[in-house]
Design a protein around this ligand. Structure first.
Ligand code: ADP
Ligand code: MG
Length: 236
């Protein structure tokens, strides 16, 4: 019970922090993007340089996307529309997306979803949650290691497991997950898991972490299925 309170308090503080940081970063990004767009259209600029501008604008769009995600989870009344989401399709889209980003060149994703699992959520948020968790699994893995993903129905819940055989975490490290800016990576933001916990909480879902240092990690994401009347009325 105490752990639950701690988690709720942590989510609240995380949300406030996220909103503040997102706000401060959004404005400078908009300014930089504006100038890049001007240069991209400049007829005196060579095609080669234009390609660089296009790439930079793409990256800024990605950053803007994360920021609006942060703002939307930090402010619960700023409601994003929900719809029926087919978990199997989203998992396929997400792994394709990670492939196209070149993130999976050295790791193999084994996707194993037999049944259609349907939930109700905002598809962009749900996709974001999966991307963050699968990216962590890949980043924790050695070259050549596989990451396994399964999804199936468990009573009235859809259970997704992301399993990696990478570096794993100690109990203390698992306990720090979701704290804003907690990252052990040189280029990490330490915001990924916080976003995941916020999104899961919004849809009465849970994220459970089983990890063992040096052996790997299993992340279990559980969301109420579409027909789960308890879930849609509010669990916990
Ligand atoms: P970031 O990925 O930017 O560091 P996250 O919030 O996504 O931020 O993750 C926080 C930290 O948790 C990571 O830096 C890493 O140390 C640890 N972590 C998360 N997922 C895993 C995993 N699958 N295996 C090992 N460590 C992990
Ligand atoms: Mg991450």
């Amino acid at each position: 019970y105490y752990e639950k309170i701690k988690q709720t308090e942590r989510l609240k503080i995380s949300g406030q922090l996220a909103a503040a940081v997102a706000h401060e970063i959004r404005n400078p990004l908009t300014v930089v993007k504006g100038f890049l767009q001007l240069n991209e259209k400049d007829p005196s600029v060579s095609d080669d340089i234009k390609r660089h501008y296009t790439l930079m604008i793409g990256e800024l769009n990605a950053a803007e996307h994360v920021i609006s995600q942060l703002l939307s989870v930090a402010k619960p009344n700023n409601d994003q529309g929900t719809e029926t989401v087919n978990v199997k399709n989203v998992l396929q889209t997400v792994t394709d997306l990670l492939h196209s980003y070149g993130l999976l060149n050295e790791n193999n994703i084994e996707l194993n979803v037999i049944e259609d699992c349907i939930i109700v959520a905002n598809p962009i948020e749900f996709k974001q949650l999966l991307i963050n968790i699968i990216k962590n699994a890949i980043e924790a893995s050695e070259i050549g290691d596989s990451v396994k993903i399964t999804a199936n129905m468990k009573n009235d819940f859809v259970e997704i497991k992301v399993i990696d055989y990478g570096q794993g975490m100690t109990e203390a490290e698992v306990g720090s997950l979701g704290t804003p800016f907690y990252s052990l990576k040189s280029k990490g933001t330490g915001l990924g898991m916080m976003i995941c916990y916020n999104i899961a909480a919004k849809y009465k879902g849970t994220i459970d972490i089983q990890s063992s240092k040096g052996e790997g990690t299993t992340v279990t994401i559980s969301f109420p299925s579409k027909n789960n009347t308890i879930g849609s009325k509010g669990r916990i």
